[in-house]
Design a protein around this ligand. Structure first.
Ligand code: NAP
Length: 345
């Protein structure tokens, strides 16, 4: 009789809003187990994962900030990481994982295509991956899928392409609380401007990375990537989420456009809007080409659920991939992992 394959062993690094959803999803899956949890939040350290996830039972997995202690004991295959958006902040967390020969899959937006904003760190990650026979991948819904991987996939049916436009419009009320705060919902215009000036509100992180990934897949040489200033969306009437009330005249969220420019023309345009009260929620990709493509997903894909899925579904693909720094355009076509995870290995 064939010996049953061992379960895939995962350490969760960061169990905030997104990381805890990833952990819950992993717990529901066959063929995979959580063998350690790392987080620095004082209200989480020392607690049982079951308590943090509020699932009504203990899991006997204690959250710790001792990265090496957890990594030495865990003997894991993958670290799923969800702590931050910027590679310079996240690099000191993920680079030391390499020496354990364990793959890292992260929600870090800049890691999705790090050659652009952090080319030196990208080189270091590539070298670490090759040295220790492990891989790094940054993924999620956006960047990671909607404005890059899906766009690249749709170009596969085109003979010619003049330009590409992607729009994502979402109602922030249905998203996690950190996200609603991140888009400035409920602030006055003056508070929004102050938070923008002090970089407490940065707008969506990842538009440049998505443009660069699409351009790289198409081998388009962009003259530049221009990210327009973040603009507030002002509520015309009172709107609310479960936790935030936005009064008429206050900020409901934000909008932002980024362009990949070739010879002074917009070759790739990404238009991102997230605000409480958005009625028409959709993701749309328009490719002006042969044949022309008009693809619309309505309502838009739920970012939190989809980010969890992208991270979890990427696990076997990353484990099967060559070592080094990976991006979504280097991996096989994304697909769900509805069966026992070991079947995908
Ligand atoms: N690519 C995508 O599509 C996508 C989608 C969703 C989210 N994201 C990104 O994923 C990241 C996580 O999102 P989130 O909403 O879950 O954030 P969050 O709620 O703030 O959770 C982050 C967690 O990580 C912890 N943490 C911070 N620094 C740490 C460190 N050095 N070591 C260990 N733990 C650390 C935080 O602790 P403290 O609270 O004490 O800081 C918190 O518990 C964000 O940057 C978000 O923008 C990307």
């Amino acid at each position: 009789m064939e010996k049953e394959k061992e379960k895939i062993r995962v350490v969760c690094y960061g169990v905030g809003a997104v990381g805890s959803r990833i952990a819950k999803s992993l717990l529901e899956k066959e063929g995979i187990e959580i063998v350690g949890v790392i987080d620095v939040a004082q209200d989480k350290i020392g607690k049982d994962l079951g308590e943090i996830l509020d699932i009504g039972k203990k899991l006997n997995i204690i959250i710790s900030d001792d990265v090496d202690g957890i990594m030495r004991k865990a003997c894991c295959d993958v670290v799923v990481h969800a702590t931050g958006s910027y590679l310079k902040d996240v690099y000191p967390q993920i680079a030391p994982i390499a020496k354990y020969g364990v793959n890292v899959i992260s929600t870090c937006e800049e890691l999705s295509y790090p050659y652009l904003s952090e080319p030196e760190l990208a080189k270091k990650l590539e070298a670490l991956g090759v040295k220790y026979a492990m891989s790094f991948l940054g993924t999620g819904i956006n960047p990671g899928f909607l404005m890059d991987t899906l766009v690249i996939t749709l170009t596969g049916v085109c003979q010619k392409i003049n330009r590409i436009k992607v729009e994502r419009v979402m109602n922030a009320a249905t998203r996690r609380i950190p996200f609603q705060k991140k888009v400035g919902a409920g602030l006055t215009l003056a508070e929004f401007k102050h938070k923008m000036d002090t970089k407490q509100i940065t707008g969506h992180v990842g538009l440049e990375q998505s443009i660069a990934m699409v351009a790289a897949a198409l081998k388009w040489q962009l003259d530049k990537i221009q990210v327009d200033q973040v603009e507030p969306v002002i509520a015309e009437n009172e709107v609310r989420s479960e936790t935030i009330i936005v009064r008429k005249g206050q900020v409901a969220g934000l909008k932002q456009t980024a362009r990949g420019i070739i010879q002074r023309k917009d070759a790739i345009t990404l238009d991102f809007q997230a605000y409480i009260g958005a009625k028409d929620e959709y993701d749309a990709i328009t490719i002006d080409g042969v044949p022309p493509i008009h693809q619309k997903i309505s309502p838009c894909v739920h970012g939190d659920h989809a980010t969890v899925a992208m991270i979890v579904n990427s696990i076997p693909k990353v484990m099967n991939a060559p070592p080094g720094l990976l991006t979504m355009k280097d991996l096989p076509v994304p697909s769900a992992t509805t069966e026992d995870m070991r079947k995908y290995m």
